[in-house]
Design a protein around this ligand. Structure first.
Ligand SMILES: Nc1ncnc2c1ncn2[C@@H]1O[C@H](COP(=O)(O)OP(=O)(O)OP(=O)(O)O)[C@@H](O)[C@H]1O
Ligand SMILES: [Mg+2]
Length: 372
């Protein structure tokens, strides 16, 4: 896996192309169709509307001019393209900035590029061209080994198909990332139990995947994703295999994680899931065609802002969707590897706190771990 070119002299690395202070007075009225959007323009571009001033923390995600093309010639598919550059007639690439603490839903019909985007944001795949800064780190400038460390330290993955290790009890599933990080057994157990308690599974710690419901399995996966306190939770159709009750349980946990400061990016086909997000992006043919802010970055997500009103607006039945889902085999392998790779040891918390300022990778931190 090779990124398209490393940053040249003077190009931004840690700290980003821009620093992401909150934009004062930003419109957040959910009835305002321009809320949270930013029309194309110099330095702006699609999806770039969350950029602020020079004082805040770096955005968790900052991508610029991202293009992903599969195949060549007549068989070429541009899965991520962004708007067409009027000068050249070529795709200008996708721009997207996601600030710390945001909760973003990515929607779009089958084949619109959602999983392609998620795979690049999760450092599971590389773009054909473009830049990506993850929590202030230019991942294009990292070698494979550094990339695996950044991925394992910064991102918690949740996939539609759960991706739990077969025949392994829930506690061991959640301990796994900590075991590879060298966290001592007692501390490992304490933190894994806390994470399982957080997702409401304190009474199922000894259960294996085949002894758990789909919703419970996904909650184990969420506990595994959050036990290392990553900068961001990346979820691809996390409720796609769940019934409505389990969907609400998992979304309730994600809401609370976001309310505690965790950045969340989730892909979904379902309006009911997207309305939990603070911001909703819609993709069509590899470009962002709508970017709507439903709640401010700062503060709780919609379901926790006014729970009564949120529940009252719940649709009675049915979702959109009806579209097929691509297989997630490669993601599954990476999810298990990511979950089992070295992680930074941090003290357990009832709810993992949002990440602090990014720390430089030291040489010792970039050695010794398995490569995804
Ligand atoms: N490995 C690949 N080789 C060639 N084309 C690919 C590959 N992966 C994805 N594509 C194409 O890229 C486009 C975007 O695919 P992607 O999986 O990102 O869609 P998606 O929005 O996640 O769809 P779904 O909702 O069905 O999961 C599709 O046209 C798809 O056929
Ligand atoms: Mg997909």
């Amino acid at each position: 896996m090779r990124w398209p070119g490393k940053p040249g002299p003077g190009s931004p690395g840690r700290g980003g192309l821009h620093r992401g202070a909150r934009k004062a007075g930003r419109t957040t009225d959910p009835t305002d169709p321009t809320a949270g959007t930013d029309g194309p323009g110099p330095g702006g571009g699609e999806g770039g509307g969350e950029d602020g001033g020079p004082w805040g923390p770096p955005p968790v995600i900052e991508v610029r001019a991202l293009v992903k093309q599969y195949g060549q010639g007549d068989a070429a598919v541009r899965a991520l393209a962004g708007p067409v550059d009027p000068g050249t007639g070529e795709p200008a690439g996708m721009d997207l900035v996601v600030e710390q603490g945001d909760m973003v839903a990515v929607m779009g019909s089958s084949g619109s590029g959602k999983s392609t985007l998620m795979n690049i944001l999760g450092c599971l795949d590389v773009p054909t061209s473009g830049r990506y800064l993850l929590d202030g780190i230019d991942v294009g400038g990292l070698d494979e080994h550094q990339l695996s460390l950044v991925r394992n330290r910064k991102i918690g993955f949740v996939f539609q198909s759960f991706n739990l290790v077969p025949r392994t009890p829930a506690l061991a599933q959640v301990e796994l990332p900590l075991a590879y990080a060298g966290v001592k057994a007692a501390e490992r157990r304490r933190r894994a139990l806390a994470a399982l308690d957080l997702v409401g599974l304190a009474d199922r710690v000894g259960h294996r995947p085949n002894e758990l419901s789909g919703g419970q399995q996904q909650r184990v996966a969420v506990a595994r994703a959050l036990v290392t306190a990553p900068a961001m939770l990346l979820a691809d159709e996390p409720t796609g295999n769940l019934d409505s009750h389990s969907t609400e349980e998992v979304l309730g946990i994600v809401d609370r994680l976001n309310a505690s400061g965790r950045t969340v990016v989730l892909i979904t086909h379902e309006d009911e899931v997207a309305r939990h997000a603070k911001r909703v992006l819609r993709l069509v043919d590899g470009r962002i065609v709508a970017d709507v802010r439903q709640a401010p970055v700062d503060g709780p997500p919609p379901a926790l802002r006014d729970p009564g009103a949120f529940a009252a607006r719940a649709p009675r039945a049915g979702h959109m969707s009806g579209v097929s889902h691509s297989t997630e085999g490669a993601q599954a392998a990476h999810a298990v590897q990511a979950a089992s790779a070295p992680q930074e040891a941090r003290p357990a918390r009832a709810l993992p706190a949002p990440p602090q300022a990014p720390q430089a990778l030291t040489a010792s931190e970039t050695t010794g771990g398995p490569r995804p």
